[in-house]
Design a protein around this ligand. Structure first.
Ligand code: ZN
Length: 270
């Protein structure tokens, strides 16, 4: 489930004994659950800081470690900046709230449930109606590898055209969207928005969502100049994806965000 491939290889050679983020390990499902919930809250707060909110749209999910058919997610109609440990909800495949006081965005959640159900390896999913991601999604094209950062998504995302722009679709489109998530970490749903999935952690999933939104913005900015950007050659884009586009690297990118939020927003663990 956790990719070990790129760990340490690029960023930590010959640095034994120096401070470097380490993935936590837990000896009970309760402790792992609490950690996943804390990181889910932090991911929501990070989405708020990056302006990824749009009304009540947007949901982030992470599997419960003990009951993998259940998912922790953000409560309906609570701003990402106000999500905290005590208002998270636990939801089943059918969108029923098993634990927690708040309702779930059921139509949106069904999309997540379909992906989680079809892919037991997917631990976490993120989806939101973001400014640049939604705009980019109207083009119905994949992200181009115009930077090293964008190359992280090269041949690792899909454009889903089924049910594009049909507002009430998320329920019906769940299965079709789910099929698209085979072996990739991200999807651009035409006329709708961005989705990311992680086989590793909510940390990684949230980071790649933030990175994908940024890459969409940068491609739109560059193309708005009227000049065609130079693309990274395919073999170099693949090299970047393999070495700096993994779930572990996504997790690593999220650690400074998590640490900063722990200190600046202690109410998130209320
Ligand atoms: Zn949506």
């Amino acid at each position: 489930m956790i990719d070990l491939g790129n760990r340490v290889s690029i960023y930590q050679p010959d640095q034994d004994g120096l401070i470097f983020p380490e993935e936590p390990s837990f000896n009970s499902p309760e402790a792992l659950r609490l950690d996943r919930k804390k990181r889910l809250v932090a991911a929501c707060r990070a989405f708020a800081k990056h302006g990824l909110d749009f009304g009540f749209a947007g949901h982030l999910t992470v599997r419960d470690p003990e009951h993998p058919e259940l998912y922790w997610t953000n409560p309906m109609a609570v701003h990402f900046s106000q999500v905290k440990l005590s208002n998270l909800i636990l939801v089943d495949h059918d969108g029923r709230v098993i634990e927690g006081d708040y309702a779930v965005n059921r139509a949106g959640f069904v999309l997540h449930a379909a992906v989680h159900e079809m892919h037991p390896d997917i631990v976490s999913m993120c989806h939101a109606h973001t400014e640049y991601g939604v705009a980019f999604a109207s083009l119905g094209i994949p992200l181009a590898p115009i930077t090293q950062d964008a190359s992280c998504f090269y041949e690792d995302h899909v454009v889903i055209r089924e049910d594009a722009g049909h507002v009430a679709v998320e329920e019906d489109a769940g299965t079709r969207v789910a099929k698209a998530f085979t072996g990739v970490k991200a999807a651009i749903h035409q006329n709708h928005g961005l989705l990311t999935a992680s086989r590793h952690s909510i940390d990684s999933c949230a980071w790649w969502f933030i990175a994908l939104e940024r890459a969409c913005r940068q491609q739109l900015m560059v193309e708005a100049t009227g000049r065609k950007p130079v693309e990274v050659p395919p073999e170099s884009a693949r090299y970047s994806r393999e070495h700096v586009g993994s779930d572990y690297i996504g997790w690593l990118h999220f650690q400074p965000i998590y640490t900063e939020l722990q200190e600046s927003q202690p109410d998130m663990f209320d």
